[in-house]
Design a protein around this ligand. Structure first.
Ligand SMILES: [Zn+2]
Ligand SMILES: [Zn+2]
Length: 119
């Protein structure tokens, strides 16, 4: 078990940072044994890159949704714009879902690692 910094983001997600210290077992070989433990937690004021990307796309999605709502008062006049916005929205929804999957896959792996236990 070797010790690493842990970056904790404002969204609650986290990732490993720099290597800090070898455990007893691996000290002589100079290699890390592959089991990571938290040496120290470094709080990051911003959100993780997954949440940032999700949020940016969500904002665009919400903007398109509110445009559509506004245009629907005059559906004939804005038909093309509405269609385009609807297409954008379904693309954005797919992109958001795929980032969420990517994020979950990544954090499931981290979740399996032990997070404490100094010895
Ligand atoms: Zn180790
Ligand atoms: Zn996040």
């Amino acid at each position: 078990m070797c010790f690493f910094d842990m970056y904790k983001f404002s969204c609650g997600d986290w990732k490993w940072g720099n290597f800090r210290q070898h455990c007893q077992r691996e000290y002589r070989t100079g290699e890390t044994c592959g089991t990571k433990l938290v040496f120290q937690t470094i709080n990051q004021p911003e959100k993780c890159q997954f949440c940032e990307r999700i949020e940016r796309k969500q904002r665009r999605y919400e903007k398109a949704a509110s445009d559509v709502k506004r245009w629907q008062c005059e559906p004939q006049k804005y038909r093309c714009s509405i269609e385009k916005a609807m297409t954008d929205m379904s693309t954005l929804a797919q992109e958001i879902a795929s980032i969420v999957n990517e994020k979950n896959a990544r954090y499931v792996n981290i979740g399996n690692t032990r997070r404490n236990g100094h010895r």
